[in-house]
Design a protein around this ligand. Structure first.
Ligand code: PEP
Length: 270
């Protein structure tokens, strides 16, 4: 299969950085990146920094993601933020179903499904996360687990909606642990996810869909992961906090041919 999908490198800053620190990091990142990086670059700061970063990133190819969203557009949901609000503040992408949301905040595949529909409804790009636990991996249930999460998470989507998604395979045991899935293991999981997408939505959607790897990706292992046929980018936590290391990871993605694809930015708000 040709690698015509434009790589995407997304940095998830989790609950780190003040607004001032987020602005500083993005300024340094802009200095370090070429004006037209050979891949799509997205940063996901805490909600509090979204507005300031939207201003800082105006006219720059680096895009802005939220780390979470509520499934409803508005209402009495104290403390929550909706997809239209994220669009208004300048987000183009939203991370949905991160394993920390699933593990620490009890989100399940049904929540993921509702959230991703809300994100699509606001013309934003969902980055839908899924991945197996160490117990599931050791029981040989990785592929079953992740294809099941994919099927449940994407329930009810039509082909046009599926085309607008980015999927992130993030083995839970590799997130924030320093343990990375080897390129072969990542490729196997990504190929299985793409095969599942093909079965559900057809070849055109499957071959255009970007499937990112996440889990202790760093400058020193990025190129090896990105060299795999079905690894179309990286979702990076810890190693995205410093502009220098995020820029190195972007550089590792650059030599790839970047023809772009229909789900590159998905015509979202930015
Ligand atoms: C993540 O939070 O999505 C992640 C992959 O974290 P880390 O890179 O730190 O493992």
């Amino acid at each position: 299969m040709s690698k015509e999908r434009r790589p995407l490198i997304a940095g998830n800053w989790k609950m780190h950085k003040t607004v001032a620190a987020a602005v500083d990091t993005v300024r340094e990142l802009k200095d370090r990146l070429p004006p037209d990086p050979g891949c799509e670059v997205v940063v996901a700061p805490p909600f509090t920094a979204l507005h300031a970063l939207a201003k800082e990133l105006a006219g720059c190819p680096v895009k802005l993601a939220a780390q979470n969203v509520h499934a409803e557009n508005q209402g009495a949901f104290t403390g929550e933020i909706s997809a239209p609000m994220l669009s208004e503040v300048g987000c183009t992408h939203v991370i949905v179903g991160h394993s920390e949301r699933r593990e620490l905040f009890g989100e399940d595949d049904e929540d993921v499904n509702r959230k991703l529909k809300a994100v699509l409804g606001a013309r934003l790009t969902p980055i839908v996360c899924l991945g197996e636990t160490i117990e599931q991996r050791e029981a040989g249930a990785t592929i079953e687990r992740i294809t099941d999460q994919l099927n449940r998470g994407l329930r009810g989507l039509d082909e046009a909606e599926a085309r607008r998604l980015v999927v992130a395979y993030e083995p839970v045991w590799a997130i924030g642990t320093g343990r990375t899935a080897g390129p072969d293991d990542a490729q196997q999981a990504h190929a299985a996810l793409r095969a599942q997408v093909r079965e559900r939505f057809g070849e055109a959607v499957a071959s255009a869909m970007r499937i990112l790897y996440g889990g202790s990706a760093r400058p020193d292992n990025a190129a090896g992961l990105l060299a795999e046929a079905d690894v179309d980018g990286l979702l990076v936590g810890g190693a995205s906090l410093a502009a220098e290391s995020l820029a190195s990871i972007v550089e590792a993605a650059e030599p790839r041919s970047s023809v772009g694809s229909e789900n590159d930015s998905n015509g979202a708000a930015g």
